[in-house]
Design a protein around this ligand. Structure first.
Ligand SMILES: O=C[C@H](O)[C@@H](O)CC(=O)C(=O)O
Ligand SMILES: [Zn+2]
Length: 282
Protein backbone atom coordinates (compact mmCIF):
# COMPACT_ATOMS: atom_id res chain seq x y z
CA UNK A 1 0.00 0.00 0.00
CA UNK A 2 1.38 3.38 -0.94
CA UNK A 3 1.33 6.15 1.62
CA UNK A 4 -1.49 8.07 -0.02
CA UNK A 5 -3.74 5.05 -0.72
CA UNK A 6 -6.34 6.68 1.56
CA UNK A 7 -7.24 10.27 0.70
CA UNK A 8 -9.37 12.31 3.08
CA UNK A 9 -10.92 15.71 2.66
CA UNK A 10 -13.15 17.62 5.08
CA UNK A 11 -16.51 19.27 4.41
CA UNK A 12 -17.81 21.75 6.91
CA UNK A 13 -21.53 22.17 7.48
CA UNK A 14 -23.22 25.05 5.64
CA UNK A 15 -26.18 26.97 7.06
CA UNK A 16 -29.21 27.82 4.88
CA UNK A 17 -28.55 31.59 4.67
CA UNK A 18 -24.97 31.02 3.49
CA UNK A 19 -26.11 28.47 0.93
CA UNK A 20 -28.76 30.85 -0.44
CA UNK A 21 -26.03 33.40 -1.28
CA UNK A 22 -23.84 30.91 -3.19
CA UNK A 23 -23.27 30.81 -6.93
CA UNK A 24 -22.77 27.63 -8.93
CA UNK A 25 -19.05 27.21 -8.19
CA UNK A 26 -19.48 27.69 -4.43
CA UNK A 27 -22.46 25.33 -4.34
CA UNK A 28 -20.43 22.68 -6.14
CA UNK A 29 -17.47 23.09 -3.77
CA UNK A 30 -19.70 22.84 -0.71
CA UNK A 31 -22.07 20.02 -1.68
CA UNK A 32 -20.81 17.98 -4.67
CA UNK A 33 -18.32 15.14 -4.14
CA UNK A 34 -16.36 13.91 -7.16
CA UNK A 35 -13.32 11.67 -7.59
CA UNK A 36 -14.79 8.82 -5.56
CA UNK A 37 -13.43 6.00 -7.70
CA UNK A 38 -9.70 6.22 -8.38
CA UNK A 39 -7.78 3.02 -9.20
CA UNK A 40 -5.92 1.66 -6.17
CA UNK A 41 -7.36 4.27 -3.81
CA UNK A 42 -9.79 4.84 -0.98
CA UNK A 43 -11.12 8.40 -1.36
CA UNK A 44 -13.00 9.71 1.67
CA UNK A 45 -14.88 12.90 2.46
CA UNK A 46 -15.37 13.49 6.18
CA UNK A 47 -18.48 15.66 6.50
CA UNK A 48 -19.68 17.63 9.49
CA UNK A 49 -23.27 16.60 8.70
CA UNK A 50 -23.79 14.02 11.44
CA UNK A 51 -20.06 13.18 10.89
CA UNK A 52 -21.03 11.02 7.93
CA UNK A 53 -18.02 9.87 5.90
CA UNK A 54 -18.74 9.44 2.16
CA UNK A 55 -16.22 7.58 0.06
CA UNK A 56 -15.20 5.20 -2.66
CA UNK A 57 -12.74 2.33 -2.86
CA UNK A 58 -11.54 1.03 -6.21
CA UNK A 59 -9.08 -1.74 -5.37
CA UNK A 60 -6.90 -3.89 -7.58
CA UNK A 61 -6.64 -7.62 -6.91
CA UNK A 62 -4.34 -7.01 -3.91
CA UNK A 63 -6.12 -6.09 -0.63
CA UNK A 64 -6.63 -2.35 -0.13
CA UNK A 65 -7.09 -1.74 3.60
CA UNK A 66 -9.41 0.83 5.14
CA UNK A 67 -6.57 2.53 7.01
CA UNK A 68 -7.14 4.80 10.01
CA UNK A 69 -7.64 8.49 9.21
CA UNK A 70 -6.70 11.52 11.24
CA UNK A 71 -10.18 13.16 11.41
CA UNK A 72 -11.66 10.31 13.51
CA UNK A 73 -8.85 10.47 16.10
CA UNK A 74 -9.02 6.72 16.65
CA UNK A 75 -6.40 3.97 16.30
CA UNK A 76 -8.51 2.04 13.77
CA UNK A 77 -11.06 3.41 11.31
CA UNK A 78 -14.05 1.58 12.80
CA UNK A 79 -13.13 1.85 16.49
CA UNK A 80 -16.20 4.07 17.06
CA UNK A 81 -17.99 3.79 13.69
CA UNK A 82 -20.12 1.56 11.47
CA UNK A 83 -19.74 1.23 7.69
CA UNK A 84 -21.43 0.03 4.55
CA UNK A 85 -19.83 -0.80 1.21
CA UNK A 86 -22.13 -1.13 -1.82
CA UNK A 87 -20.50 -2.44 -4.99
CA UNK A 88 -21.40 -0.57 -8.21
CA UNK A 89 -18.50 -2.07 -10.22
CA UNK A 90 -17.24 -5.53 -11.17
CA UNK A 91 -16.98 -8.50 -8.83
CA UNK A 92 -14.91 -8.03 -5.70
CA UNK A 93 -14.71 -8.83 -2.03
CA UNK A 94 -14.70 -7.09 1.31
CA UNK A 95 -12.63 -8.80 3.98
CA UNK A 96 -13.87 -8.20 7.54
CA UNK A 97 -11.66 -9.40 10.40
CA UNK A 98 -10.01 -11.95 8.07
CA UNK A 99 -13.20 -13.30 6.45
CA UNK A 100 -13.61 -12.49 2.74
CA UNK A 101 -17.17 -11.67 1.61
CA UNK A 102 -17.52 -11.82 -2.20
CA UNK A 103 -19.76 -9.00 -3.44
CA UNK A 104 -21.17 -8.88 -6.98
CA UNK A 105 -22.74 -5.91 -8.70
CA UNK A 106 -25.11 -4.05 -6.34
CA UNK A 107 -24.37 -6.32 -3.36
CA UNK A 108 -23.81 -4.52 -0.06
CA UNK A 109 -22.10 -5.30 3.22
CA UNK A 110 -22.80 -3.73 6.61
CA UNK A 111 -19.78 -3.78 8.93
CA UNK A 112 -20.30 -3.22 12.64
CA UNK A 113 -18.17 -1.15 15.00
CA UNK A 114 -14.66 -2.33 15.76
CA UNK A 115 -13.91 -4.51 12.71
CA UNK A 116 -10.94 -4.32 10.35
CA UNK A 117 -11.80 -3.98 6.64
CA UNK A 118 -9.96 -4.46 3.33
CA UNK A 119 -11.22 -4.29 -0.26
CA UNK A 120 -10.20 -6.30 -3.36
CA UNK A 121 -11.33 -6.74 -6.95
CA UNK A 122 -11.75 -10.17 -8.56
CA UNK A 123 -9.95 -8.94 -11.70
CA UNK A 124 -7.98 -5.90 -12.84
CA UNK A 125 -10.00 -5.71 -16.07
CA UNK A 126 -13.37 -5.11 -14.37
CA UNK A 127 -12.53 -3.65 -10.94
CA UNK A 128 -15.02 -3.44 -8.11
CA UNK A 129 -16.20 0.03 -7.10
CA UNK A 130 -17.24 0.10 -3.47
CA UNK A 131 -19.31 3.12 -2.46
CA UNK A 132 -18.63 3.71 1.22
CA UNK A 133 -20.64 5.36 3.98
CA UNK A 134 -19.64 5.48 7.63
CA UNK A 135 -21.32 7.06 10.65
CA UNK A 136 -20.42 7.19 14.36
CA UNK A 137 -21.70 4.11 16.24
CA UNK A 138 -22.61 3.71 19.92
CA UNK A 139 -22.96 -0.11 19.78
CA UNK A 140 -21.56 -3.07 17.83
CA UNK A 141 -24.03 -4.76 15.47
CA UNK A 142 -23.22 -7.92 13.48
CA UNK A 143 -21.67 -7.68 10.04
CA UNK A 144 -24.25 -8.60 7.38
CA UNK A 145 -24.20 -9.03 3.62
CA UNK A 146 -27.34 -7.80 1.82
CA UNK A 147 -27.52 -9.05 -1.78
CA UNK A 148 -29.12 -6.93 -4.47
CA UNK A 149 -32.14 -9.29 -4.61
CA UNK A 150 -32.58 -9.25 -0.83
CA UNK A 151 -33.28 -5.52 -0.61
CA UNK A 152 -36.97 -4.69 -0.06
CA UNK A 153 -38.43 -3.39 -3.32
CA UNK A 154 -41.10 -0.72 -3.57
CA UNK A 155 -42.30 0.75 -6.87
CA UNK A 156 -43.18 4.43 -6.83
CA UNK A 157 -44.28 7.15 -9.25
CA UNK A 158 -45.61 6.77 -12.79
CA UNK A 159 -44.64 7.31 -16.42
CA UNK A 160 -47.24 10.10 -16.61
CA UNK A 161 -45.25 12.16 -14.09
CA UNK A 162 -41.85 11.03 -15.50
CA UNK A 163 -40.93 9.46 -12.14
CA UNK A 164 -41.61 5.72 -12.37
CA UNK A 165 -38.94 4.21 -10.16
CA UNK A 166 -38.12 1.31 -7.85
CA UNK A 167 -36.70 1.79 -4.39
CA UNK A 168 -34.49 -1.02 -3.09
CA UNK A 169 -34.23 -0.63 0.65
CA UNK A 170 -31.03 -2.39 1.77
CA UNK A 171 -30.61 -1.22 5.34
CA UNK A 172 -33.84 -1.03 7.26
CA UNK A 173 -34.32 -1.63 10.95
CA UNK A 174 -36.67 -4.59 10.30
CA UNK A 175 -33.86 -6.69 8.79
CA UNK A 176 -30.47 -5.20 9.68
CA UNK A 177 -29.79 -3.41 12.94
CA UNK A 178 -27.58 -0.35 12.62
CA UNK A 179 -26.78 2.56 14.89
CA UNK A 180 -27.44 5.35 12.39
CA UNK A 181 -27.17 4.21 8.78
CA UNK A 182 -30.27 3.92 6.57
CA UNK A 183 -29.38 3.02 2.97
CA UNK A 184 -31.17 2.22 -0.26
CA UNK A 185 -30.89 2.39 -4.02
CA UNK A 186 -33.42 3.93 -6.36
CA UNK A 187 -33.58 3.00 -10.03
CA UNK A 188 -35.46 5.13 -12.56
CA UNK A 189 -37.50 3.34 -15.25
CA UNK A 190 -36.53 4.06 -18.87
CA UNK A 191 -38.09 7.39 -19.84
CA UNK A 192 -38.49 8.49 -16.22
CA UNK A 193 -36.17 11.22 -14.98
CA UNK A 194 -37.52 12.76 -11.75
CA UNK A 195 -36.68 11.57 -8.25
CA UNK A 196 -38.27 12.69 -5.01
CA UNK A 197 -40.71 15.27 -6.36
CA UNK A 198 -42.85 16.26 -4.47
CA UNK A 199 -39.85 16.75 -2.21
CA UNK A 200 -39.40 16.41 1.52
CA UNK A 201 -37.07 17.42 4.32
CA UNK A 202 -36.07 15.57 7.50
CA UNK A 203 -34.23 17.77 9.95
CA UNK A 204 -33.52 14.68 12.08
CA UNK A 205 -31.24 13.18 9.44
CA UNK A 206 -28.74 14.37 6.85
CA UNK A 207 -28.79 12.60 3.48
CA UNK A 208 -26.32 12.00 0.67
CA UNK A 209 -27.00 10.79 -2.89
CA UNK A 210 -24.60 9.01 -5.26
CA UNK A 211 -25.84 9.31 -8.84
CA UNK A 212 -24.67 6.39 -11.04
CA UNK A 213 -25.64 4.32 -14.09
CA UNK A 214 -26.00 7.64 -15.93
CA UNK A 215 -24.83 7.83 -19.55
CA UNK A 216 -21.47 9.69 -19.79
CA UNK A 217 -22.94 12.66 -21.68
CA UNK A 218 -26.12 12.82 -19.56
CA UNK A 219 -26.54 14.96 -16.43
CA UNK A 220 -28.86 15.16 -13.44
CA UNK A 221 -30.01 18.60 -12.30
CA UNK A 222 -30.01 18.05 -8.55
CA UNK A 223 -32.13 20.42 -6.46
CA UNK A 224 -31.20 21.49 -2.95
CA UNK A 225 -31.93 24.30 -0.53
CA UNK A 226 -34.72 25.26 1.83
CA UNK A 227 -38.07 24.54 0.15
CA UNK A 228 -38.75 28.23 -0.59
CA UNK A 229 -35.14 28.98 -1.66
CA UNK A 230 -33.99 26.22 -4.02
CA UNK A 231 -30.80 26.00 -6.06
CA UNK A 232 -29.43 23.33 -8.39
CA UNK A 233 -26.15 21.51 -9.03
CA UNK A 234 -25.48 19.77 -12.36
CA UNK A 235 -24.31 16.23 -11.56
CA UNK A 236 -22.41 13.76 -13.74
CA UNK A 237 -22.15 9.98 -13.42
CA UNK A 238 -20.68 8.63 -10.14
CA UNK A 239 -20.78 11.96 -8.34
CA UNK A 240 -22.28 12.34 -4.86
CA UNK A 241 -24.14 15.30 -3.42
CA UNK A 242 -24.65 16.22 0.24
CA UNK A 243 -28.07 17.18 1.57
CA UNK A 244 -27.98 19.15 4.81
CA UNK A 245 -30.83 18.34 7.19
CA UNK A 246 -32.62 21.59 6.25
CA UNK A 247 -32.51 20.92 2.52
CA UNK A 248 -34.72 19.23 -0.03
CA UNK A 249 -33.00 16.62 -2.24
CA UNK A 250 -34.52 15.88 -5.61
CA UNK A 251 -33.24 15.54 -9.15
CA UNK A 252 -34.24 15.60 -12.80
CA UNK A 253 -32.04 13.81 -15.33
CA UNK A 254 -31.54 14.36 -19.04
CA UNK A 255 -31.82 10.54 -19.19
CA UNK A 256 -32.60 7.74 -16.73
CA UNK A 257 -30.17 6.96 -13.92
CA UNK A 258 -29.93 5.26 -10.54
CA UNK A 259 -28.82 6.63 -7.20
CA UNK A 260 -27.85 5.38 -3.77
CA UNK A 261 -29.35 7.40 -0.93
CA UNK A 262 -28.13 7.21 2.63
CA UNK A 263 -28.96 8.94 5.87
CA UNK A 264 -27.56 9.32 9.37
CA UNK A 265 -28.88 11.21 12.37
CA UNK A 266 -31.32 10.98 15.23
CA UNK A 267 -33.46 8.09 14.03
CA UNK A 268 -33.51 5.23 11.49
CA UNK A 269 -37.18 5.60 10.55
CA UNK A 270 -37.22 5.93 6.75
CA UNK A 271 -40.81 7.19 6.78
CA UNK A 272 -40.05 10.07 9.17
CA UNK A 273 -40.12 12.79 6.50
CA UNK A 274 -41.85 16.14 6.29
CA UNK A 275 -43.45 16.45 2.84
CA UNK A 276 -43.06 19.78 1.06
CA UNK A 277 -46.23 20.82 -0.82
CA UNK A 278 -45.22 21.73 -4.37
CA UNK A 279 -47.11 25.04 -4.26
CA UNK A 280 -44.91 26.24 -1.36
CA UNK A 281 -41.65 25.72 -3.27
CA UNK A 282 -39.70 28.59 -4.73
O1 LIG B 1 -35.36 10.09 2.59
C1 LIG B 1 -35.42 9.30 1.63
C2 LIG B 1 -34.81 9.63 0.36
O2 LIG B 1 -34.81 10.99 0.07
C3 LIG B 1 -35.03 8.71 -0.83
O3 LIG B 1 -35.43 7.45 -0.43
C4 LIG B 1 -35.97 9.25 -1.88
C5 LIG B 1 -35.96 8.37 -3.08
O4 LIG B 1 -35.18 7.48 -3.22
C6 LIG B 1 -36.94 8.63 -4.14
O5 LIG B 1 -37.99 9.25 -3.86
O6 LIG B 1 -36.70 8.20 -5.28
ZN1 LIG C 1 -34.86 12.23 2.09
Amino acid sequence: MTEDAVRTTIRHAVDPATAAAMGSAALRDAFRIGGLFEPGRVALTYTHYDRMIVGGAMPGTAPLPLAPIRPTGTAAFLDRRELIALNIGGAGSVTVDGTAHPLGSRDMIYVGRGSAVAFASASDEAPAKFYLLSAPAHATHPTRVVRADEAARRDLGSAETSNARSIFHYLRPETVTTCQLVVGLTELAPGSVWNTMPAHVHDRRMEVYLYFDLAPAARVFHFLGEPAETRHIVMANEEAVLSPPWSIHSGCGTARYAFIWAMAGDNVDYADMDPVPLETMR
